[in-house]
Write a new protein. Structure first.
Length: 277
């Protein structure tokens, strides 16, 4: 379903430290209550051997050359990936079950071995323990869009931090995460059991969705209505709509599905020239 366009998107309001802490505690309590709710059947079983049929796969580089980026934070993030992947790799998603990203991973704390990684908060790049795990949720979300699974909960990024140089996916097809309330939840409404496989390779973060039967559909993700608008407060807002084209096994087109729209505050000028390498 396509979300309504956010025509009043404005820079984030600077809240006091106390209000931020109280707000986080409130939403965390609601999330813990949700995880205890009998309305959901949570995915929790893991399996060592892989299911036979590939549904979708993707990989993203572990280290990126970004302007002003602290490479040490990126190396720390690789450590965080390994810890999170240990909790997610091999998990089975049976019919009627829901996978919760944070319920399976748990709190990414220093006591559990997590290191400071890059985070984005209120449009600013910083560091925090367990930072960088949005790259893992982005990977899972992107793969899920290429399956018959249902995304039950996902949060988009509110800021567009980096220009499109070397971007391989449409803007706005990620899934931001913050423990525990900004979660990624995926539900299996099919008749087949799915399995999530993840691996931290030498150069890439790698993922696969597998299942007990061959894929019924093939999917193509498209960006439409892409534009950059100057807001009334002087900054720039980026907008697009993400659609999914559905094909059957033989490659016959079936339908166009509107998925969601994105509106994000741009943290760079859209008039900057591209840098030649």
């Amino acid at each position: 379903m396509v979300a309504p366009k956010n025509r009043t998107l404005r820079p984030p309001i600077q809240r006091s430290w106390l209000r931020l802490r109280l707000g986080k505690a409130y939403y965390a309590a609601r999330r813990y209550a949700l995880w205890c709710s009998p309305r959901y059947r949570w995915a929790r079983e893991r399996r060592r051997d892989s299911l036979p049929y590939l549904q979708a796969s993707h990989e993203t580089p572990l280290l990126r050359q970004l302007r002003g980026e602290d490479m040490e934070l990126q190396r720390n993030t690789v450590v965080n990936f390994r810890l999170a992947v240990e909790k997610l790799d091999g998990v089975l998603l049976r019919p009627g079950e829901t996978l919760s990203y944070w319920r399976l991973i748990g709190k990414p704390s220093a006591r559990r071995g997590y290191l400071p990684g890059m985070v984005l908060f209120l449009g600013r790049i910083g560091s925090d323990v367990g930072g960088g795990l949005c790259q893992l949720s982005n990977l899972i979300f992107w793969m899920t869009l290429h399956t018959d699974l249902t995304v039950a909960e996902r949060y988009r990024h509110s800021h567009d931090v980096f220009p499109d140089a070397h971007r391989t996916q449409p803007f706005g097809t990620g899934a931001t995460c913050a423990y525990p309330h900004r979660d990624l939840m995926i539900r299996n409404d099919t008749r087949e059991t799915y399995q999530l496989r993840l691996r931290v390779g030498e150069k890439n973060l790698e993922g696969e969705w597998l299942a007990t039967a061959p894929p019924v559909h093939r999917f193509e993700i498209q960006e439409r209505d892409a534009r950059m608008d100057q807001a009334s407060w002087g900054g720039y807002v980026r907008h697009n709509a993400i659609w999914r084209r559905v094909f059957d096994r033989e490659g016959n087109f079936l339908e166009d599905q509107p998925l969601f729209t994105n509106d994000a505050i741009m943290m760079y000028s859209p008039l900057l020239p591209e840098v030649e390498e």
